[in-house]
Design a protein around this ligand. Structure first.
Ligand code: G6P
Length: 483
């Protein structure tokens, strides 16, 4: 064992995710530094990892040079390099043009290419090998998301001593759609290397268990899969959440309050501000919600002096065809709506194609009266929970698609079907006219739900269940070593 691998084989908790929890920032003088990315997953896992000699294995976000593992704030970060070709075939191709649309109800047509699959296997193996090198004996390894579904089994083959968990952040499709995938069996077998497979919703866990029974032929009972070698795999829902207290604190800060007031002012102090914040993704239903809003104006329900729509669309996966097409479609629609309905200094839609830091997001949530979230399919949708966390006064309305995972918890939202534009318009209008008392009743209940189920709760629930898996783990390992 080389000195560096001996040094690295010490982590008791290893997270394996497509992205590292840091971004490489190039300073003005050309030198680079790593900055912690602000996501909820990162803030939930960092404290646990600091206490458990943690390592995080992930891709640093570019296709540059090989970067050696380094320490950041008590965590070992292990960068995995990906070549430009693998970036195209593994990340843009198989992950985001095959699996992403397939797992989101085939909202766009998935593309199946054999060379993309080869790259997916190759890159998954690289992640699995790095995890095998980083994990201490009997450590826990937690693999994240659809980009890495083969890692659990690849890792188990290398390191049978580990407890391996997997969590899928996006939906898991019904058998009727999943079976289109030419590599369906390999993906299911890849996931079965884990002891615990977590999903956002119980329905997704059921889809998985049913597929394993039908396609792989293993015995199953409720949430358990029985493998021929005596091992069991549990499939269960763990709905992910946000750092509720962190968002609340941000929203309470004087700078965010002042910025929210300035945003309202800059928008011309309309009676109501509608807000949408999404990655620019075809699953999010941005087009239909902007159309619904514009029709409400055209139909004479309110004027652009009464109400504006602020739409933030964060640039995403910009070289993938479907994303390029979507961007053009939205650009055209916003242009047409503003051309038709806007007045001087009063566009109907304020469209921002950029990403913002958490402070600005909290200010937007604070400024907005009606948050409109209308995906055709979404694993969870954390924006919905962030909005709720920022509504300190129990005011504000949440219009939420039934097809977002968050709708299973946020029952008091105005739930809409994004395929039904008239229905969506009716609910947006209901939210517009709602009485303060009704809004407060709804918001209070939703705030309690999110406060009681924050991301720390999510991470603890998953890791507790993972450490309780395989009660006969030691005995079985000893037996395996003897034979
Ligand atoms: C979703 C996925 C994540 C992914 C994120 C951003 O939330 O579940 O795994 O990281 O989108 O997408 P990107 O392709 O930029 O990583």
């Amino acid at each position: 064992m080389s000195r560096s691998s001996r040094r690295r084989s010490t982590a008791d908790l290893v997270v394996v995710a497509n992205r590292l929890p840091v971004d490489r920032v190039v300073r003005a003088d050309g030198t680079t530094e790593w900055r912690r990315s602000p996501g909820g997953l990162v803030s939930a896992l960092v404290p646990v990892m600091q206490q458990n000699r943690g390592a995080w294995i992930g891709w640093p976000g570019d296709t540059g040079d090989t970067i050696e593992p380094f320490e950041d704030d008590g965590i070992t970060l292990v960068p995995i390099s990906v070549t430009p070709r693998e970036y195209e075939e593994f990340y843009e191709g198989f992950s985001n043009a095959t699996l992403w649309p397939l797992y989101h109800d085939v909202v766009a047509k998935p593309e199946f290419h054999r060379e993309w699959w080869d790259a997916y296997e190759r890159v998954n193996r690289r992640f699995a090998e790095a995890a095998a090198a980083a994990a201490a004996r009997d450590a826990m390894v937690w693999v994240q998301d659809y980009q890495l579904q083969l890692v659990p089994t690849m890792l188990r083959e290398l390191r049978p001593d580990l407890r391996i968990g997997f969590f899928l952040h996006i939906p898991f499709p019904p058998a009727e759609l999943f079976q289109q995938l030419p590599w369906r069996r390999q993906i299911l077998e890849g996931l079965l290397g884990a002891d615990l497979v977590g999903f956002q919703l119980p329905g997704a866990a059921q889809n998985f268990v049913r597929l394993v029974r039908q396609r792989v032929g293993h015995k199953t009972h409720r949430d358990t899969v029985y493998l021929p070698d005596g091992r069991t795999v549990t499939a269960k829902a763990f709905p992910i959440s946000i750092d509720f207290a962190g968002f609340e604190e941000l929203a309470r800060s004087p700078s965010v309050q002042a910025r929210a007031a300035q945003i309202r002012n800059d928008l011309g102090n309309p009676r109501k501000i509608f807000l949408g914040i999404d990655r620019l993704d075809y699953t999010k239903g941005i087009y239909v919600r902007l159309r619904a809003f514009s029709e409400l104006v055209t139909d004479g329900n309110f004027t652009v002096e009464d109400a504006v729509f602020v739409q933030v669309a964060t640039p995403s996966r910009e070289r993938v065809d479907q994303y390029r097409i979507l961007r053009d479609d939205i650009d055209r629609l916003v242009g047409r709506i503003n051309g038709d309905l806007g007045r001087i200094g009063r566009p109907a839609i304020s469209y921002l194609h950029s990403s913002f830091p958490r402070q600005e997001m909290a200010a937007l949530y604070t400024a907005a009266d009606i948050m409109v979230i209308t995906p055709f399919r979404d694993g969870m949708n954390l924006v919905a929970k962030e909005y709720v966390a920022c509504r300190l006064e129990n005011d504000g309305a949440l219009v939420l698609s039934e097809f977002a995972g968050a709708a299973e918890e946020l029952r008091q939202a105005y739930l809409v079907n994004p395929y039904d534009i008239n229905g969506m318009k009716a609910h947006m209008l209901e939210a517009y006219h709602a009485e303060d008392r009704d809004l407060a009743r709804r918001m209070k209940a939703m705030r309690k739900t999110v406060a009681d189920n924050d991301v720390a709760h999510w991470a603890t629930a998953f890791l507790d269940d993972l450490s309780a898996t395989r009660p006969n783990h030691e005995k079985r390992l000893r037996q395996a070593r003897r034979t």
